[in-house]
Design a protein around this ligand. Structure first.
Ligand SMILES: Cc1cc2nc3c(=O)[nH]c(=O)nc-3n(C[C@H](O)[C@H](O)[C@H](O)COP(=O)(O)O)c2cc1C
Length: 306
């Protein structure tokens, strides 16, 4: 499939959240591209069941993207050629993860400090014969913003598009995302650029797109519990929209692919987001947390959501 990256809204890779059910619901609500959470290239090559379990997809997803992490070109090459990735249209490389365990291994945002190796990783990923995208942060610390040089290097190495999270590694997830720096990146490269960070509604989407001049936007936390954000951005909220229907689709899709115990544990986290801002959210969160079976969790969804 040819991917032209002219798409405006993207669901981000979110470890522990961008599961097959959530990706399906976000796609149904308008997300043009949907990313799996980050998958270890080594885990895939060594045949970990846990890794493959993160790779389910549905026909609802329009452009299916898998994100992998790793820093050894040989493992990246073997991972992208793995049959479990055949169904994905796009391969993304994580070069932004700030988690110490990942960084210590030279993976994720550690690659920001080793541009030659980051380029080798992208070149290795091209052997998957699909477009390769890269997601990275604007730098490691605020006194060394390298986004423009890094973006150019990724383009030269063969990336088809890039997503820039407007924070440094040192910032983790706090502080304001710097969309101005993303504008500099956009002006410096010819490949499509996605702006990421702090997009929580249509107003912030419009502002991020205006300031950065990006080709599209990737949304993470703003979509959690709120898949409708994609419809809002596109001004296509359906009449009589039912959050409950989306939650049930999410829940039932997970049940199609996963063990009930996994679904129950995973859904406790999602319910905490789905009830955010609702009256009685504490009670709903607690009810979800205390659910001991799939039936009890379904009762919570039926009782509290409309
Ligand atoms: C719980 C959580 C898990 C995340 N997992 C990933 C991941 O697997 N891969 C990745 O590239 N970014 C990951 N991120 C970062 C997001 O994709 C995104 O870059 C960041 O949250 C900023 O976007 P936002 O302001 O829309 O949330 C994660 C973020 C959070 C909060």
């Amino acid at each position: 499939m040819k991917v032209d990256f002219c798409h405006k809204t993207v669901l981000a890779p979110i470890a522990g959240y961008s599961d097959v059910g959530f990706r399906k619901v976000c796609a149904m609500r308008g997300a043009d591209m949907t990313y799996t959470e980050m998958i270890s290239a080594k885990g895939l090559v060594y045949g970990s069941d846990k890794t493959e379990d993160l790779l389910h997809t549905t026909f609802s997803e329009k452009i299916k993207c898998v994100q992998i992490f790793g820093s050894e070109p040989d493992f990246i090459r073997r991972a992208v050629e793995h049959k479990a990735l055949e169904k994905f249209d796009v391969i993304d490389i994580n070069m932004g993860c700030p988690v110490p365990k990942i960084v210590r291994n030279g993976e994720g945002s550690a690659l920001l400090e080793n541009i030659p190796l980051a380029c080798e990783v992208v070149k290795a990923a091209l052997s998957g014969k699909r477009p390769v995208t890269v997601k990275f942060r604007i730098g490691v610390t605020s006194d060394k913003i390298i986004a423009v040089d890094f973006a150019k290097a990724m383009q030269d190495a063969g990336a088809s598009a890039i997503t820039v999270h407007g924070r440094t590694r040192a910032q983790l997830y706090s502080g304001k995302a710097d969309w101005e720096t993303i504008a500099k990146v956009k002006n410096a490269v010819d490949i499509p650029v996605y702006v990421n960070g702090d997009i929580t509604d249509k107003a912030s989407y419009d502002e991020a797109m205006r300031i950065s001049g990006a080709d599209g936007a990737m949304i993470a936390r703003g979509a959690l519990g709120n898949p409708l954000i994609f419809s809002e951005i596109k001004n296509c909220v359906p009449d009589g929209y039912s959050l409950k229907a989306d939650i049930l689709t999410h829940f039932d899709t997970l049940l199609e692919y996963h063990h009930p115990a996994y679904v129950l544990a995973n859904f406790k986290k999602h319910i905490a987001y789905y009830c955010r801002g609702m009256q009685g959210q504490k009670q709903i969160k607690l009810a979800g947390f205390e659910a001991k079976s799939i039936d009890e969790m379904r009762d919570v969804i039926e009782k509290y959501f409309v």
